[in-house]
Design a binder for this molecule. Structure first.
Ligand code: ADP
Ligand code: MG
Length: 707
């Protein structure tokens, strides 16, 4: 007997050829099949008498086939199928191309439905390529109703999906409701099982809408429940309270070579408040590139170290870790703090044997508590590194790490070599966690994805930063931009060229580095050979190994190259104050927030910086969208715009969640987010988490951790 958990192999209508295609879409069970939702519907519900058909109309007629024939059009390599159908009041012709088998399916004398658009052809009204269905029972699948349309990938047509889903849709009744009835009632939500069947074959558009709302609600609800639950559990853990020491911090701030911005002050104040509590801090500082998050983190580190506890700062790349190491040494100089750097290639310049001893020496000193502040990459979460008394873990560019890695850093304190203990036993403490992110993210979105974090936002950049002059340039005007670059380089400045991904569909390949590599290599060759043969150009892309990237960035920093051609996949999270120009190719293919991120890599110095956004044509909609970059005050403003225009797909941290299509769409729906948050809170506070919910949460947890 077929159940939701049955493998699709057991579904009668699915043959081996399609099995492979379905597996390719990760559809393995009947349940998976049900969760493959249509993205729209064709409304073929109105059956209209043939005599009343009009040109341009989308309609369904029911009639008897009175004639059907195939004609081979040799010169065009086409087979044309023409059929004539009649009802009580008239006849209508239909034509199809290259589907000769239709002459077999729609035999003379059969009663059929034909659905589609009516066009004029050879002076007569006819259906062009209509959907068709032989009528032999009361219910129809492809015509005469709202018909689901699925994304057609890997050769799976909507017609095929309808054909296999419809007959087993009754199994939707087995889907268990997991929402408490109060919630369902309060928010007027459709029953889960019903939502599944209505999402595929809705009775009407209203039902389709309700089904979709229910399914989106599910995603948001579970997502928020996860984060709220984590937050609650976290709050029950213990950490070292670090009292705020004015005597220490005030002079430190006064000694800085600049005045803190308001945003920095507030963020620092919030961090100190958290640190003073005996529960672990879990705070994210979100601020544009260059907003000065590092110094806030260093203030926290200083306070903790001065209380004789250890601090770890983890960065996603070696070069960034090294930069933090230098910054840390500079600002914390004179405080008697021992700082060390630990990365995959620590002390690469030494002989192999010495590298090993250097690394193990650092590890030993960390374990013994001789090192107060350890800065590094993933090396910090390796199993053989133990702390004596870690009280604060800082994660820079946190979105570059998985949830698991972030947690791992924080859990090192427990000194359990493998795996994460669920919760510290007895007197053990959890370090405070401070995450930094330069991805401005709209507040509603942040609350949903990072619901377990408290957030400090730094909106402004330090005073005196010159606004980056940004221009939208049509491809045809490219030469002007090149001339400008040349001019800047003559003045001993440097330039970035950012290359785009090529096609949406190629994003996936780009993730593996393939397309990425192609576009960047082409651009590099072009610039080197045709445009700037006299200049020094280097290249950076996602396929390079970390030490190689490191070397190229370091050399660029030392002005060994004039232009760095880079892919968008490689984040250039490093200070190159001497770079004053950036050229972004295919700018229209990026989100506003992302462009803003790229742009933030320049203008780090007193000199005026310039950013050119190259697009195919400087007129039209894209241009309108990009213009926001010329006026926006900060990244948050752009992020809000992105969310409104493009949806949340561009924001990080979402890919790991359940039904990507649904979640993407629902994250645009602020009302639904609010409702689902209320519901999640209610369920959590009233102990209404039932086994069904737990099951869902666990499966989500797994997904997150596999990220
Ligand atoms: P991000 O937030 O991108 O990590 P950083 O912390 O790297 O930014 O700071 C960027 C630069 O701005 C650094 O050189 C830092 O020393 C400097 N900076 C930080 N705060 C201020 C400030 N209030 N005024 C002037 N410069 C500042
Ligand atoms: Mg930074």
């Amino acid at each position: 007997m077929l159940t939701l958990d049955s493998k699709i192999e057991q579904v009668k209508r699915i043959g081996p050829r399609y099995l492979k295609k379905l597996h390719h879409l990760k559809i393995n069970t009947v349940r998976d099949l049900f969760f493959h939702f249509p993205y729209r519907y064709d409304d073929f519900s109105a059956i209209i008498p043939i005599s009343q058909l009009k040109e341009g109309q989308t309609a369904t007629v029911q009639g008897e086939i009175i004639e059907i024939k195939n004609t081979r059009l040799f010169r065009r390599h086409l087979v044309l199928t023409e059929a004539l159908a009649k009802d009580q009041g008239g006849t209508i012709k239909s034509v199809w191309f290259n589907q000769p088998y239709l002459a077999e399916t729609l035999k003379k004398g059969k009663v059929v439905n034909l659905s589609g658009k009516l066009v004029f052809r050879k002076k007569a009204l006819c259906f062009s390529n209509p959907a068709y269905e032989v009528i032999n029972k009361a219910e129809t699948t492809h015509t005469g109703r709202l018909v689901p349309v699925y994304h057609e990938t890997v050769g799976l047509t909507s017609r095929y999906l309808r054909y296999i889903i419809k007959p087993i849709l009754y199994l939707g009744g087995q889907i268990k409701e997991f929402l408490p009835s109060q919630i369902k009632k309060e928010f007027q939500l459709m029953d889960f099982g019903q939502a599944i069947s209505q999402a595929h074959f809705p009775n009407d558009l209203a039902q389709a809408g309700q089904a979709r709302a229910r399914l989106s609600f599910n995603e948001l609800f579970l997502m928020q429940l996860t984060t709220l639950k984590q937050k609650k559990e976290f709050a029950q853990e213990k950490s070292i309270a670090i009292p705020f020491d004015q005597e220490l911090i005030k002079p430190f701030v006064a000694g800085l070579p600049f005045k803190l911005t308001k945003g920095q002050k507030i963020a620092a104040w919030e961090v100190f408040q958290d640190l003073a509590k005996p529960q672990p801090m879990n705070r994210l500082i979100d601020g544009d590139v260059g907003s000065g998050k590092t110094i806030v983190a260093l203030m926290a580190a200083l306070a903790v170290v001065k209380n004789d506890y250890q601090v770890a700062l983890m960065a996603p790349t070696e070069i960034l870790a090294k930069q933090h190491f230098e910054t840390g040494k500079k600002f914390l100089n004179g405080y008697g703090i021992k700082i060390a750097l630990l990365t995959g290639s620590t002390a690469k310049t030494f002989l192999k044997r010495e590298v090993k001893t250097t690394k193990s020496k650092i590890k030993k000193e960390v374990r013994e508590g001789k090192i107060n502040l350890i800065i590094g990459t993933h090396a910090l979460i390796q199993k053989d590194l133990f702390f004596k008394n870690l009280a604060l873990a800082i994660v820079d560019e946190q979105h570059r790490f998985g949830v698991f890695q972030r947690a791992a850093l924080q859990r090192r304190i427990h000194q359990i070599p493998d795996g994460l203990p669920a919760s510290p036993a007895g007197g053990a403490t959890t370090p405070h966690l401070l995450s930094l992110s330069a991805t401005p993210i709209p507040r509603t979105l942040a609350l949903t994805i990072y619901g377990d974090l408290d957030i400090s936002i730094i909106k402004e950049l330090p005073r005196g930063r010159k606004k980056i002059i940004t221009q939208i340039v049509a491809s045809s005007q490219r030469k002007k931009a090149y001339d400008f670059v040349r001019q800047q380089i003559k003045q001993k400045k440097q330039a970035f060229v950012i290359c785009p991904l090529i096609e949406e569909s190629e994003k996936l390949a780009a993730k593996n580095g393939a397309i990425d590599l192609k576009s960047v290599t082409q651009e590099y060759e072009k610039l080197k050979q045709d445009i700037f043969p006299d200049l020094k150009i280097s290249m950076l892309h996602g396929k390079m190994k970390p030490p190689e990237k490191e070397k190229i960035m370091a050399e660029f920093k030392k002005r060994k190259a004039d232009i760095l051609v880079s892919t968008s996949v490689v984040e250039v999270g490093v200070d190159i104050p001497n770079a004053t120009v950036m050229l972004i190719e295919g700018a229209d293919r990026f989100g506003l927030a992302q462009l803003h991120q790229f742009r933030g890599r320049i203008g780090r110095d007193k000199d005026q910086a310039y950013c050119f956004l190259l697009i195919e044509s400087a007129v039209g909609k894209t241009n309108q969208r990009l213009k926001a970059l010329l006026t926006a005050k900060n990244g948050f403003e752009l992020a809000e715009k992105d969310l409104a225009i493009r949806g949340p797909g561009d924001f990080i941290g979402l890919r790991q969640w359940g039904q990507p299509d649904l979640i993407m769409a629902s994250l645009k729906d602020i009302e639904l987010i609010k409702k689902s948050r209320l519901a999640a809170k209610f369920v959590l506070d009233n102990g209404l988490i039932n086994p069904a919910i737990t099951k869902y949460l666990n499966s989500l947890q797994k997904i997150i951790h596999l990220e």
